[in-house]
Write a protein that binds this ligand. Sequence first.
Ligand SMILES: *[C@@H]1O[C@H](CO)[C@@H](O)[C@H](O)[C@H]1NC(C)=O
Length: 598
Amino acid sequence: MTTVGVSILLLLTVSPAVAQLPRPHDSRDTLTVSATVMEAVLSTEKDPRCSFLLLTDGVTSPNTFRMLKKQLQTPCLFGFFEATEDNKDVDQVIEAAKRLRRNSWHVTVVVVSDDPTFLTSITSKTVRNSLLVAETRLLAVTRLPLSKLWDLQESFALRNAMLILMDETSGSLGCSVYVHLPYRPQGTKALKIASWTPHRGLTLTTQLPLFPDKFTRFLEKPHLVAVSVEFASHNLIVLEDVAAPGGKRITFEGIMETVLKYLSEGLNFTYSYVRPEDGTWGTQNDKGQFSGMMGVMTRGEADIGLGPFALTPIRYGVVDYTYPVDIASMKIMSGRGRAEADPWGFLLPLAPLVWVALLISLSGVLLTFLLLSSYLSPKIFDRRSFKTNASSLIRSLRDVLDDPSKIMIWECGSFTVAYYRAAETGIFTEVADAEREGRVIFNRLAEYPGSIDKLVREGSHVILETESFLLTLMAQDFSQKGQCDFYYSRDGFLSRIYGVTGQKNNPLVPSMSKRILAMSEFGLYDHWRKEVVPNSTSCLSLPTKITVSTSLSVTHLWGLFTILVCGYILSLLVFSLEIFSVCFLKFVSSSLENVTRA
Ligand SMILES: *[C@@H]1O[C@H](CO)[C@@H](O)[C@H](O)[C@H]1NC(C)=O
C-alpha cells in the first residue's frame, strides 16, 4: 500500500460526549497538553511509511485534532478516532481503525484519555479484536496516576506497549514513560524507562530503548508453564517435591525437553510442566471442546504447548504455531517375520557366466512356455496365487486395507484419527469402515512399546505413525533384542508440519519461533534426536536377504524339485509333441496320397 505522506482525518463522533469524569486540572484537554510529549516519543519512528491511529474518548474538540496534526511534524499517515464511553461506540471505532490498520505500515495505536474505565476497556478490546497484532505498537497517554491503572497491566504486559503518565503537580508539566514487563505477578509496578521535562526533553532512564523488545530475551526471568506428554523418546519422570501440590512434581527427559531447555536458556525463563489426564495430543469433541494437551492450551492452563503438534486448520484456529520443529508423514510399521529358507538358494553358487548360459537356454524354454500358454486355459496362470504372497509385505495403506487379517493401531486422541473419521471420500473412508469392522485399536504413544512386542512382532497388527516415531520404536527394540524385527513402509501419507504452540496472538510465539528457526538451521534437532535415541540408524536399509548356516530339509529344497518336475513335464510335452507331429505328418501324407490317387 502506498500510504507514504498521506494524512487523513477521520472523525467518528458517534454520540455527543456523555458524562465526563472531573478533569484533573485545567480546562485544556489531555490531548493538547500531551502533544509535545507525544511528538518527542513518536519522532523516534524513523520509517516514513509509518502510521498513527489515535483513539480518544469523546472530550476532544475537532479543533484539537487539527492543531495536533499541525504540531506533529511527521510524514506519517494519521487516523483520528473518537469514541464515547458507550461500549458499542468503542467497538465501531475499533472496527474502523482495524480497516485502516490493515492498509498501513509500522502502525502505532495511540490511546489518549483520563478515564480509567475507557483506557482499560479500549486497550483490552484492541487486543481482543486484533486491532493490535504482534508488530503493532501501543501508546497510552493519560494524566491519571499509576495507582489507578492496575487493570492495564495484563493487556500491556503482553504487547509492545508503553504508558505515558503526565504529571503537573509541581507546577510545570513533566512526564514519565512506563513499560509493563510480561509474566510478572499481578500488581508488579511498571518499569520506568524514560522521563520528559520541557527543558531537558526526553531522557532514557535505563539501557532500554523506547518500545523495548520485551520478548526476544526476558529482562526478568519469568516462570512459564509447558504442557507435554510422554512418548517413545520423551519419558515422564515423577519427582518428590514438598513444595509442589501433592508432593509430586513432573518433568520429562528426552528430545522435546531438550528443545524446551534450549528455548528457556535463549529466552531467559524458567518452566514447569503440566500433563493432561488422558495423555493425548487432543482432538475436538462435538461441543467444540478439546481433549488432551490441546484442551490444556485452550483453557489457558499453559503458556507453551510443547508437543510437537501437527499443524491442522482446527488447531490453528485456537493456538499459534512456531516455525516447524519437524516435517513428517505417517508410515506403516510391521513385523519383518521370521527368516525363511530361500528355496532358490541352490542358484546362489551360479557365477555370472553360468547365468548367461542359463539365461539363453531359459529364454528358449520361456519362449516355448509362452507359445504353449497362449493355447492353454487362463486358469493355470491364475494371478491371484502370486499376489497374496507378494503382499504379505506391507508397502502402503492400500495393502493394509486389502489384507483383512491385519489390525491397525492408531494413536488415540490424535489429529490422524479425527482426520480419517471426518473423511468423506478417498482411502481414509475405508479406514473408518475398517474401524467399524473392528480392525482398528487405539493406543496412547506410551503404550506402543508394549504393543509392538506383543502384537506387531508376530505380524497380526501394524502401527501407523510418523517416521521419526517409528524409527525410535525400532531403535529401542533393537537396543533390547539386538536384532531388527520390524520394518516400515516406504510410502508415506498425511504429511504434516509439526511445531511448538502458544496462546493465540501471544508475542511469546514469534520469539520462540526465531529460536526454533535457528535450531533447525544449525541441525540441532536432528543431532539431539540421534543423541537421545541410540541405534536410531541400525535398522535402516536392512538387507532383504540374510545367510544362515543350518542343515537342509526337503521342505527347503522345493525349488530344486520344482525345476526337476518342470523339466520332466517339459520333456513329456516335447515328447508327445514329437509323437503327435509324426502321426500328423503320416496322416497328412496318406490323405494327400489318397487325393492324388482319386
Ligand atoms: C535473565 O533474568 C535474570 C533474572 O531476572 C536477569 O538478572 C538477567 O539479566 C536476565 N538476562 C538477560 C540476558 O536479560
